[in-house]
Design a protein around this ligand. Sequence first.
Ligand code: XMP
Length: 554
Amino acid sequence: MKLEKNPKDNLRISASDDIELGTYLEIAKSHNLMGNTPEIDSKIQTIVIFDFGSQYSRLIARRVRELNTFCEIINFDSDSSIMNEQNVIGFIFSGGPNSVYDKNAPVAPAWVYESNKPILGICYGMQLIAHQLGGKVISGQKREYGHTVIYKNKSSKILDGIDDNFTVWMSHGDKIESKPIGFETIAFSDNSPNAVISDENQKYYGLQFHPEVAHTTNGTKILENFIFKICNSSGSWTSKNFVSQTIKNIKQRIGNDKVICALLGGVDSTVTAALIHKAIGENLTCIFVDNGLMRKGEVERIRDIFTKNIGAKVIFYEGRKRFLKSLKNIIDPEEKRKIIGTEFINIFEEVAEKIGTVDYLAQGTLYPDVIESTSNETGQAHKIKTHHNVGGLPEKMKLKLIEPLRYLFKDEVRLAGIELGLSKQNIYRQPFPGPGLAIRIIGEITEKKLEILRESDWIIVNEIKSAGLYEKVWQSFAVLTNTQTVGVMGDKRTYQYVIAIRSVDSQDAMTADWSKLPYDLLGKISNRIVNEVNDVNRVVYDITSKPPGTIEWE
Ligand code: XMP
């Protein structure tokens, strides 16, 4: 993220793409999620997580948030602008796949050490601290993976209140041979003489293991010690504070300007609309686009929530034919997303023009969308999919973006929804992707395929609900594979589609495991689909986790 300050209006966008635009608006302009003119006391206490390419960086972020402390993941080569934008109380260096001696191995910038803030290095992050501050890292003769017992040999704030021996989860080859001046060994393992090191004066700490993973006993306690006892977090990142502060900041930022909000029917756009409606009332107009890619009954449900429950102004746009026409012959998933994103924004702009002056477009973009759509310049993070509500936006967007949930994980959004008094039915709805059924139909999208998918999906969701599992699994839905197979029905040969059942367990969609649904339930769903849905003669169950799969098929 590169931010440039314009001396005149303090608002210049240095990057051309919309991800940067959103990031810019939210970070540079808002400072505290939304405020227009930042005040010193409105800066939010922040732990900055430096990402050195670890698969666990986001998990670290979630753990910190669970401790009611705001945090942000930034690239290891970021400049120091975050120090001015937020109240940084400490840094965490993530692990990473490199050895500190690798050519082009990522390093922490000098400004971090110069800031005099506490630093916690995890695995590679710890080796980096040692390496950068004059210690020596060597390649370990024995690699250490999995569970290891470590033994405390000195007291330190970082291990306060923790047993003398405990099990941790290691994943490393290199180890620290000699510590930098000022550092002491706090704990060791059979294979790591320096499993925990610290310089208590500087408040620098290093862990050779991963406190963020569930396998490390006391992992949360260690992070808690760092965040509260060492960085002095006030623990004020709570849904109550988020809601009240965000409403205040939206009011301040928007003033009397007009906002339109895209309703997608899920918890993200619902919470976004509710927050903005609370802040600016009638100056918010919600737009619901029926793109023909919704599930059965959704259009009616959404109409109900917004007119009866939230009481916001809603314009319903009938776009079924328009979307299907644009998607004709399109089979590439990324192209589908781009087309849908572009159509959405074009429609919003058309509607906005009819409404009169509109200044902002509100979107329910979440933090995982932002991270997943941002390809890091250094190649440490890879673009997986373009989520249409972030990367697929057209280049020239005439409306300014407002994304109050841009820093939230899904469970935080739900908590904010509860705080806003939204109904449980809306809050605990399973997520539904912006591009809708388009990315659950492999290959070209046609009216007929949409109908097959809708009917199959309806059966799956209702059976999952009847089994009392709807709120236990993260998402459960149907995918219309582009495969047709031979079957036999009533002595007749059939050649019809295969429906895949997808059901996953997840905390935040960043990783997911396939749900271990009871066989009886799977059998019932399969029976119902082949009997009740025309053109389907086979049902399969997707037993792939994320990674290596993704939750959606496209
Ligand atoms: P994947 O398939 O990437 O999905 O594992 C992670 C979560 O994101 C949803 N998803 C999307 N949401 N626009 C959205 O708003 C998209 O383009 C999109 N693609 C996936 C998906 O349903 C899951 O909850």
